[in-house]
Design a protein around this ligand. Sequence first.
Ligand code: ZN
Ligand code: MN
Length: 498
Amino acid sequence: MTTTLVPYDEALTRYEPVLGIETHIELGTKSKMFCGCSTEFGAPPNTQVCPVCLGLPGSLPVTNQAAIEGIIKIGLALNCSIVEWCRFARKNYFYPDMPKNFQISQYDEPLCVDGHLDVEVDGETYRIEIERVHMEEDTGKSLHVGGATGRIQGADHSLVDYNRAGIPLVEIVTKPIVATGDKAPLVARAYATELRELVRALGVSDVRMEQGSMRCDVNVSLMPAGSSVWGTRSETKNVNSLRSVERSVRHEIERQAGVLDAGERVIQETRHFHEDTGTTTSGRSKEEAQDYRYFPEPDLVPMAPPREWVDELLTDRPELPAARRARVRAEWSLSDKELQDIVNAGALDLIEETVRAGAEASAARKWWMNELSRRATEQGVELTELPVTPADVVRVSALVAEGALNDKLARQVFDGVLAGEGTPDEVVEKRGLKIVSDEGELSTVIDEVIAGNPDIAEKIRGGKVAAAGALVGAVMKATRGQADAGRARELIIQKLTG
Ligand code: ZN
Ligand code: MN
């Protein structure tokens, strides 16, 4: 069935989107959820397995305390209540990458409930209500060999790697997200971004979407504008980048509007998002909870985290992203827009580290946000991937502050550092990038410039000091940028008015 997409803006005139986001986050514990196997990423297939995570008969699971600590930290950071008593449940379904034929998860007794996370889009705050945060285990990974797409269709055989089976997985489920209007895709993205930052700040997961340690299932439904009856939702599974979260919501709005406009029903199903086309395709029709035949996990004792422990985890937690942004914004005197730009550029850690290592905030911000961000964009890499360290930026800023470099020369120093020519000092030395600070030499150049621009010189003599800029420019040109512009300006004014 092909559906005619409705242009986004038009779809929003007739329909109101309702979102729901389920996020799976792999915790960075050393061992798995219910056994002692290593969780390290990238090991040869099936080398990190044992009878427990392979579900062999007679093996018994034991709960990993570090994982429970991790999920409670996440629950608290999401303003959830941590229940005093709860149980694991078996979620029964067959899938080749799940050796036990059931997943140990939580059903009607999740560990963390009723929280919220505030996110900001275009200066407006949206409160995302959190329904639940529960503990479960990851599945293995299927590898389909022989097809063109890596999907099962067209493959001639499949392999299964159980290294991932049993890695602690936290699932975070939002309540329905309503009243976001045309901002829905951006709100979804902002939520995933904020959640990722939050979990990263807690230090409980590396939250790498590209490696699958954070994956979002994005539910979208449409209801006619003005209605209060929710439509049928689709669930786009395992969306693995922030950009894709945004794009998948946008596409589903356009697609479902087309289905509804044609008088057809939206089918409740899972869908796959395709990065290349920005579209989703149908997966399988979605199971209802009763299909899983949940029942309390008989091999595990209930969880009853002591209150003192929970209180301790709350007291000892690190600064959370929202508090950090508020502090940085005040300390560095930033506008909301400036702060947002820094966050969006992924430069907050780098700038803060640079400031901590001794640079002025304004200088640290200037270099990371202008010069270095531009280089990163040109090279198509993240700012953190540039071969420049906060220490390098501190050193260049210091050289500028003491007048040994001007901005133009500093940029050349970064050229050298980026080209692997060494530290800023080594680049200055090798490339001979020193400001012409020899007063005699500078004075001679200034005399020549004054002689060559009698009209401007006359204006300055007449009191128009602002005109000195043009002469400074000429001095910089004559010295190929290696003069100290501030000193040149002083000397020009001195010579003409002193
Ligand atoms: Zn194991
Ligand atoms: Mn799950």
